[in-house]
Design a protein around this ligand. Structure first.
Ligand code: FES
Ligand code: FES
Length: 161
């Protein structure tokens, strides 16, 4: 067993883990963060996407020990003070989900995409989300949601200046 200490959704945690344990399993099984889901076993679907030190990663592709000393944000840490994150709000507003299985990963990846590029074109959004698969929506409303979140953030920034 290996001791790890990290911050998950703002809370400091420390655990002894098997060196081969995947981050997604640590989050779900040890910490009970079941909002992060497993959609494949091939690192393809992106359903398990979380932020590791602020960047999106597929948590089925990262060992828990690799997150030692890091900050992890899951979908469960995106809302603040009961307020949905702008990307969460936009997915809700645009009906950007059907079964919802891909949604946590889509939202985490979209937030990362918008941090790098606050005003992406449709093509840039589709490219940015190409590692996240959805078998329900046809992606149209997901792209709209990301555009809506981008506009909302631009509006908020404009309002703040
Ligand atoms: S569960 Fe991680 S990419 Fe599919
Ligand atoms: S909403 Fe069902 S997989 Fe995306």
């Amino acid at each position: 067993m290996t001791k790890i200490e990290l911050v998950v959704d703002g809370a400091r945690v420390a655990d002894d883990v098997e060196p081969r344990m995947l981050l997604v399993h640590y989050l779900r099984e040890t910490l009970g963060k079941t909002g992060t889901v497993v959609g494949c076993d091939t690192s393809n679907c992106g359903a398990c996407t979380v932020h590791l030190d602020g960047r999106s990663v597929k948590s089925c592709n990262v060992l828990a020990v690799q997150a030692d000393g890091c900050e992890v944000t899951t979908i469960e840490g995106m809302a603040t003070d009961g307020e949905l994150h702008p990307v969460q709000a936009a997915f809700h507003e645009c009906h950007a989900l059907q079964c919802g299985y891909c949604t946590p990963g889509m939202i985490m990846q979209s937030a990362d995409l918008l941090r790098d590029n606050p005003d992406p074109s449709e093509e840039e959004i589709r490219l940015g989300l190409e590692g996240n698969l959805c078998r329900c929506t046809g992606y149209h409303n997901i792209v709209r949601a990301v555009q809506t979140a981008a506009s909302a953030s631009a509006g908020a920034a404009g309002g703040a200046s």
